[in-house]
Design a protein around this ligand. Structure first.
Ligand SMILES: Nc1nc2c(ncn2[C@@H]2O[C@H](COP(=O)(O)OP(=O)(O)O)[C@@H](O)[C@H]2O)c(=O)[nH]1
Ligand SMILES: [Mg+2]
Length: 474
């Protein structure tokens, strides 16, 4: 374990090294940004930048137009806008230069290699954010929110990450940890200076203190399931016999023709996937080959893949064809997804009579209580109903709407659970009449667990592990 200053000291040459990276995605864009951070940021940039003013003369947090020149041959590499930001009011807390280049990958690489040749070294994945953490610009939970924000796939997911980035989770955790430390301090004072005239902490106060903090942590934990759902989403496999309309469903969900639709059974062979936002939940839909017995070796592989996809998905959508009614093939498909969260979609209801649809519904009811959606991919019937049912199933028993903070990170959840366990054991030490210093040991363990969320007490391995999940340039 080490505190933040120790973690900082453990980073080699913390204040000596200036790092640089391309911070925009690889590929062609209108602009691309090279970010430089560290004590030499300004002087590195000054060696390759020619503008109307010298970089050293422009004010902090201003933009200047100029050119990047290769000093070796005097050739211009790009026409750029340069932003100068002096420490400490920068993302990393260090002197920072951002060069806005034209967004071609060749240009960006040339500018970056000039920057590297003139005194910076390549940044590791997440190193800018790691420096922001080490320099006290944000705590660990906030730094982790940066990754979540970048990776978020829906509006709600990004809102949860933004709240965490603002420090809402950190504030709650820090508050609980402070109360635990106050309890420990109170107990220790009453043990060490019993005769002094300090405010006496009673056993009852300790007991109710433990309970209050634990309640609070439980409430925070409740936001986890919903948070994870919004962040990670679910996978839904669309399965069924050939020609039922699986690919048509994927296309309707995607709003474009991702998958080939024909009236030839066995058209889809490979799995086609598409992310769709269903009521804030990112759902990865998999369109699969129709499940049937076939002599075609390629189609057989497709059928195998379909079964596998159904087995691995969190949710299975079985598409039935109302024109044919329920056949043996359908029965086999339904067997495949037993013990799974399943939605049955009766498709092609535009060309089937109501009697047939009712018979199918009754039949499905008999083979298990699966939610049924009556649909047509021709006129769009049933799409809203399908979205409702997906949300219900995805969130089943997991949504707690009264939790104001969405906990999205599995590491944080584990640590909060650890803290709750320590408080449980502090309570049982108290109720079984053990001396109060036994109680403090448990509370201290709990406070340590919470400190690992915000980074107040965390090992360097954990820090490295967290930042290695970032992309280079962030
Ligand atoms: N009338 C009607 N035809 C549909 C409907 N959904 C799909 N089809 C047609 O059924 C055929 C098979 O569709 P497809 O999506 O390729 O089925 P898949 O084999 O399950 O992927 C195509 O000719 C589609 O145009 C529907 O709701 N109503
Ligand atoms: Mg298909």
């Amino acid at each position: 374990m080490c505190d933040r200053t120790e973690a900082a000291a453990a980073v080699p040459g913390r204040n000596a090294e200036t790092i640089a990276a391309i911070s925009t995605p690889f590929g062609t864009g209108g602009i691309g940004i090279i970010r430089i951070s560290g004590p030499e940021a300004t002087s590195v940039a000054a060696r390759i930048f020619r503008g109307r003013k010298k970089i050293s003369e422009i004010k902090s947090h201003t933009v200047v137009h100029g050119r990047i020149i290769d000093p070796a041959d005097g050739h211009m590499v790009d026409d750029v806008l340069l932003i100068k930001m002096d420490a400490p009011n920068t993302f990393t807390g260090e002197d920072t230069i951002e060069i806005n280049c034209h967004g071609g990958i060749v240009v960006l690489n040339r500018v970056l290699s000039l920057v590297l040749r003139h005194g910076a070294r390549p940044a590791h994945a997440g190193e800018f954010t790691k420096r922001a953490f080490i320099n006290g610009r944000m705590d660990l939970a906030q730094a982790e929110a940066v990754i979540d924000l970048i990776n978020s796939k829906t509006d709600e997911g990004s809102r949860a990450a933004a709240a965490q980035l603002q420090g809402k989770l950190s504030e709650k955790i820090r508050n609980a940890r402070r109360r635990m430390i106050e309890l420990i301090a109170g107990i220790e004072a009453s043990i060490e200076y019993p005769e002094e005239d300090i405010e006496e902490i009673t056993g009852e106060m300790v007991h109710s203190g433990i309970n209050e903090i634990r309640e609070e942590l439980h409430r925070t934990l409740q936001g986890f399931a919903r948070g994870r759902l919004l962040r990670e989403g679910i996978t839904a496999a669309i399965i069924g016999k050939p020609n039922a309309g699986k690919s048509s469903l994927l296309n309707a969900l995607a709003g474009s023709s991702k998958a080939i639709v024909t009236d030839i059974p066995g058209t889809t062979r490979d799995i086609i996937e598409e992310y769709v936002n269903i009521k804030g939940i990112p759902v990865r839909f998999l369109d699969t080959a129709g499940i049937r017995i076939t002599d075609d070796p390629v189609e057989t592989i497709g059928v195998e893949k379909a079964r596998l996809a159904a087995a691995e998905a969190e949710l299975v959508i079985i598409v039935l064809d109302a024109q044919t009614g329920i056949t043996d093939e359908d029965r086999e498909v339904m067997e495949t997804s037993r013990d799974k969260k399943t939605i049955v979609m009766i498709n092609k209801t535009d060309i089937a009579d109501d009697q047939r649809i009712e018979t199918m519904k009754a039949h499905i009811r008999d083979s298990g209580e699966m939610p049924v959606v009556v649909a047509s991919m021709v006129d769009g019937t049933g799409m809203d109903d399908l979205a409702d049912k997906i949300e219900e199933l995805a969130a089943e028993g997991e949504i707690s709407s009264n939790s104001e903070i969405l906990l999205t990170n599995a590491r944080h959840r584990q640590l909060i659970e650890d803290a709750i366990m320590s408080l449980d054991s502090a309570e049982s030490a108290y109720t079984s009449g053990l001396p109060l210093d036994f109680v403090t040991i448990d509370i201290r363990d709990g406070a340590d667990a919470l400190g690992q969320i915000t980074g107040e007490s965390v090992s360097e391995d954990v820090i490295n592990e967290i930042f290695s999940q970032f992309c280079v340039g962030k």
